[in-house]
Design a protein around this ligand. Structure first.
Ligand SMILES: [Zn+2]
Length: 107
């Protein structure tokens, strides 16, 4: 077992877990039962671990790629909705106004 990510926000840790697991890597959450409000010592923050230490580098790469892709999208200009012409942030997949799909599935 090797820890790859630790954060007081368990929602963020869960998100990272689902990203890593979607790449076919087995993971384990430590301290997930503690709520952030009760945790003042970083050592008890929720932590995401890989079960097999050999997967560690791949898991880190998967997370890095995911968040870099997010960042790139965040820097893109607003997207005008093809249906109603409202401006939407580039990170939105669906128009906030009419719920039309804004972007093709990114592969
Ligand atoms: Zn729209």
């Amino acid at each position: 077992m090797k820890e790859i990510f630790r954060d007081p926000d368990s929602a963020k840790v869960s998100l990272c877990q689902s990203i890593v697991e979607s790449a076919g890597i087995r993971t384990h959450l430590r301290n997930e039962f503690l709520s952030a409000a009760e945790v003042v010592i970083p050592v008890f923050y929720p932590a995401l671990c890989v079960v097999d230490p050999d997967d560690y580098q791949r898991a880190v790469d998967v997370l890095k790629e995911h968040f870099e892709a997010d960042q790139e999208r965040a820097q893109l200009p607003d997207i005008a909705c093809p249906e109603c012409s409202e401006e939407n942030p580039a990170t939105f997949d669906i128009c906030w106004s009419c719920e039309a799909a804004l972007v093709e599935e990114v592969t």
